[in-house]
Design a protein around this ligand. Structure first.
Ligand SMILES: *[C@@H]1O[C@H](CO)[C@@H](O)[C@H](O)[C@H]1NC(C)=O
Ligand SMILES: *[C@@H]1O[C@H](CO)[C@@H](O)[C@H](O)[C@H]1NC(C)=O
Ligand SMILES: *[C@@H]1O[C@H](CO)[C@@H](O)[C@H](O)[C@H]1NC(C)=O
Ligand SMILES: *[C@@H]1O[C@H](CO)[C@@H](O)[C@H](O)[C@H]1NC(C)=O
Ligand SMILES: *[C@@H]1O[C@H](CO)[C@@H](O)[C@H](O)[C@H]1NC(C)=O
Ligand SMILES: *[C@@H]1O[C@H](CO)[C@@H](O)[C@H](O)[C@H]1NC(C)=O
Ligand SMILES: *[C@@H]1O[C@H](CO)[C@@H](O)[C@H](O)[C@H]1NC(C)=O
Ligand SMILES: *[C@@H]1O[C@H](CO)[C@@H](O)[C@H](O)[C@H]1NC(C)=O
Ligand SMILES: *[C@@H]1O[C@H](CO)[C@@H](O)[C@H](O)[C@H]1NC(C)=O
Ligand SMILES: *[C@@H]1O[C@H](CO)[C@@H](O)[C@H](O)[C@H]1NC(C)=O
Ligand SMILES: *[C@@H]1O[C@H](CO)[C@@H](O)[C@H](O)[C@H]1NC(C)=O
Ligand SMILES: *[C@@H]1O[C@H](CO)[C@@H](O)[C@H](O)[C@H]1NC(C)=O
Length: 384
């Protein structure tokens, strides 16, 4: 009698400690039925996922899935573009087991299983940004889209699942991202300097992208630049071979730009500067690295420009330059050509994030028209 009693207890204890396999974990959550039935259409993918160990799966809820299907990005799914579907799903699988408690208020950039070169040129896998904001765990993906973890820590044999409220956006190429973000002067300058393909096809880059107000402020200096001069200025804004997420940039870090000249990072009171330009929107993930939006155009002939960290705006790095009403660089902005997971027309809007002090040209709107709205304010002067 006693023996039987004991074994039942032991069995019960064993059962509750038993970790579910992936299928069981997905099926156990009523909020994942859409994802589950969708993934079941791809038995090979499901097998691959079931065998994965030490991963974190960001699983879109039913509502997230429905919103995604209704978005332009959902087109890949509707047209059964298997490579695109696989890319989107793999972007939701993070390398390593990351319980919610391990995600901090300092952003972490966690590699995913998205490694297909058709969709990313970030070595080691495209990343997501995971960060705790207030009581929420937020995941930032392409075009600064944020997804919130709604149910954390569903354990399964291969790691942990967090349920999220929006399908992640696979980071897009630099030119598409710049255009979507309303960085029309930067996008126009790249086109004019014939650097779009060079940049979009590079691997592992960090781009410091001046906002429109920054280009406007040196309008007199950009007015008559030759293509070569413009290209050398722009190449000074690109670091080839290093993806420098903001939380990895340290005070005094020297970065060698594509033009061969060095850039100096200053970190002061939580603000990040490159030379004398302040990073006003950090960590916009792109297909081949990261873009930081800055408030000043960098000058390769003025590599020693230093910020005045306490000032709300920095002086321009082009001595004597004055601002222009019109920006000649905005002509020829390319039409966006995205690949997959483009920003869904967001019902809930993109998250907003900026460094602490925002100048007049720093639009920090939330909730309207997605990433474009986040950046678009600085473009208003163009229509004057
Ligand atoms: C997962 O677990 C369920 C229930 O325990 C079981 O029926 C199923 O066969 C398992 N699947 C795999 C792939 O092991
Ligand atoms: C998605 O989930 C909702 C709620 O569970 C359900 O009503 C709907 O039929 C599901 N759709 C698909 C395509 O599975
Ligand atoms: C996509 O795949 C689903 C499921 O296999 C199928 O029902 C549907 O007809 C396919 N659609 C297209 C456009 O091929
Ligand atoms: C996961 O990351 C580790 C290093 O942290 C690396 O060795 C491993 O290859 C990665 N796994 C995959 C599947 O990318
Ligand atoms: C799980 O993955 C993380 C990140 O790649 C790695 O640091 C860790 O050592 C891995 N743990 C195990 C048990 O493989
Ligand atoms: C990655 O680089 C290759 C070769 O340069 C290029 O063909 C491919 O389009 C790039 N991928 C993306 C997503 O930009
Ligand atoms: C999930 O796994 C972690 C260890 O990885 C453990 O601390 C936690 O208690 C588990 N949660 C549940 C609900 O079993
Ligand atoms: C640029 O060129 C125009 C016409 O060639 C000229 O009028 C203007 O003064 C030049 N601007 C500068 C800053 O050199
Ligand atoms: C970036 O660096 C790699 C390796 O050093 C080189 O092959 C490539 O041409 C560089 N790309 C650009 C755009 O400078
Ligand atoms: C950052 O580095 C500069 C020199 O590059 C130094 O003057 C400054 O004190 C440093 N700031 C901090 C906070 O360490
Ligand atoms: C650029 O910085 C590196 C150190 O990161 C240094 O070795 C190199 O000499 C510097 N180049 C120039 C042109 O200052
Ligand atoms: C994105 O973040 C903002 C706040 O920063 C929040 O209001 C919004 O609900 C988040 N979006 C999603 C889809 O979770």
């Amino acid at each position: 009698m006693q023996f039987k009693h004991l074994s039942l207890a032991a069995l019960a204890a064993g059962a509750s400690a038993q970790t579910m396999n992936l299928t069981a974990a997905l099926t156990s959550s009523p909020d994942l039925t859409n994802l589950t039935s969708y993934v079941s259409l791809f038995p090979e993918l499901l097998t691959q996922l079931s065998m994965a160990t030490n991963v974190t799966i960001l699983a879109p809820s039913n509502a997230a899935f429905a919103a995604f299907l209704n978005s332009s990005a959902g087109a890949a799914i509707k047209s059964n573009d298997t490579a695109a579907i696989q890319a989107i799903l793999m972007y939701h699988v993070l390398n390593g087991t990351h319980p919610a408690a391990s995600i901090m208020s300092t952003p972490a950039f966690i590699p995913t299983m998205l490694t297909n070169m058709m969709y990313t040129n970030v070595t080691g896998g495209q990343v997501v940004e995971a960060v705790t904001q207030g009581t929420n765990v937020e995941i930032y993906s392409g075009l600064l889209m944020n997804s919130t973890v709604t149910t954390p820590n569903v354990n399964f044999t291969g790691g942990v699942i967090h349920i999220i409220n929006r399908v992640l956006t696979v980071p897009q190429n630099i030119s598409f991202t710049a255009t979507q973000a309303g960085l029309s002067a930067a996008a126009g300058a790249l086109t004019r300097a014939n650097l779009v393909n060079t940049l979009d096809s590079a691997k592992d880059v960090t781009v410091f992208a001046p906002n429109n107000a920054a280009f406007q402020a040196i309008g007199s200096a950009t007015a008559n630049l030759t293509m070569m001069e413009l290209a050398s200025i722009l190449e000074y804004h690109v670091v080839n071979g290093t993806v420098g997420y903001s939380s990895t940039l340290r005070n005094g870090t020297m970065l060698t730009s594509m033009s061969g000249m060095n850039l100096t990072v200053t970190v002061s009171n939580g603000s990040v500067f490159v030379n004398s330009a302040k990073v006003v929107i950090p960590d916009v993930l792109v297909a081949n690295g990261v873009v930081h939006v800055i408030d000043n155009v960098l000058n390769p002939n003025n590599t020693s420009a230093k910020p005045v960290a306490t000032a709300s705006t920095q002086s321009v790095a082009f001595p004597g330059a004055t601002s222009a009403r019109d920006n000649p660089l905005t002509s020829g902005v390319p039409s966006p050509t995205g690949s997959v997971g483009m920003a869904p027309t967001p019902a809930g809007g993109a998250g907003s994030r900026s460094s602490s002090s925002s100048g007049a040209a720093m639009p920090m709107k939330t909730g309207a028209i997605g990433a474009a709205a986040l950046f678009a304010g600085a473009g208003v002067w163009l229509n004057n």
